[in-house]
Design a protein around this ligand. Structure first.
Ligand SMILES: [Zn+2]
Ligand SMILES: [Zn+2]
Length: 247
């Protein structure tokens, strides 16, 4: 299993990177988590004609704005876009003229929007977990190539986050806030909270991403987050755009 970080920012693009999108290459499929602006790089990394599945966590714009770039992607095999059924209608309201090219008018013309609960016959298995965020948000736990990858997008601490991450080979967590920062009623994580989940859930590796662009203004801020998190959970990495990792 190979992970490629197409975008690692939260909220907006800056010199540190694009908004969030993660490509996971498995033996039988390409799986993409979220469609921030990093999504435009997808066809750089998709070399083989394996099926492509895109899972969306929620509809905040930094997680879907890259859908506007679908029209430039050249993917002859098309793409399955999978969302929790609660989000399907709202997503279709976004993917329409005059805002962008609707799914059924895309040049590669094989985008299929599916509700998560109806997804069948994928060459991997996946579970979704509702998380704690003002915009309804789901994390995904992927089982493929004998490994478990947990993706924890925008969320505050909640019991489902621990279930999502439980003993995963790799846990990819948001890290929106700076070390030491917390806010009442604004549900995100800082590096220490993410590391605490990794430790308690006994994962093998923690990767931090979705760094708030207004707080993490340089990559040095991410290195500091990594150091702080490592004190709680040693096997931690702060991701950067275009970084590739084999698991
Ligand atoms: Zn976000
Ligand atoms: Zn969000």
């Amino acid at each position: 299993m190979k992970i490629i970080f197409l975008g690692t920012n939260g909220w907006y693009d800056t010199a540190t990177g694009n908004t969030i999108s993660i490509l996971v290459e498995t033996t039988k499929a390409y799986i993409v988590f979220d469609a921030g602006n990093g999504l435009y790089k997808l066809d750089r990394f998709i070399q083989i004609r394996k099926p492509v599945y895109l899972f969306l966590s929620h509809l905040h714009l930094d997680h879907i704005i890259g859908l506007h770039t679908l029209a430039k992607l050249n993917l002859p095999q098309g793409m399955h876009i999978v969302v929790p059924k609660q989000l399907k209608k709202e997503l279709q309201r976004f993917m329409r003229r005059p805002l962008t090219v609707p799914f059924n008018k895309l040049p590669f013309c094989r985008v299929k929007l599916q509700s998560y609960h109806k997804m069948i016959k994928a060459p991997f298995s996946i579970k979704s977990y509702r998380l704690n965020h003002p915009s309804p948000c789901w994390g995904y736990r992927l089982y493929a190539d004998g490994k478990v990858l947990a993706y924890g997008p925008d969320t505050g601490l909640c019991s489902n986050l621990f279930k999502l991450a439980k003993q995963a080979d790799v846990y990819i967590s948001e890290s929106s806030w700076l070390p030491g920062e917390t806010h009442q009623g604004w549900t995100h994580l800082n590096p220490e909270l993410a590391a605490g989940v990794a430790k308690q859930a006994q994962v093998k590796r923690l990767i931090l991403t979705h760094f708030d662009a207004s707080r993490y203004t340089t990559l040095a801020h991410r290195r500091r987050a990594e150091l702080v998190a490592k004190k709680i959970f040693k096997n931690t990495i702060a991701a950067e755009d275009n970084q590739e990792m084999n698991i």
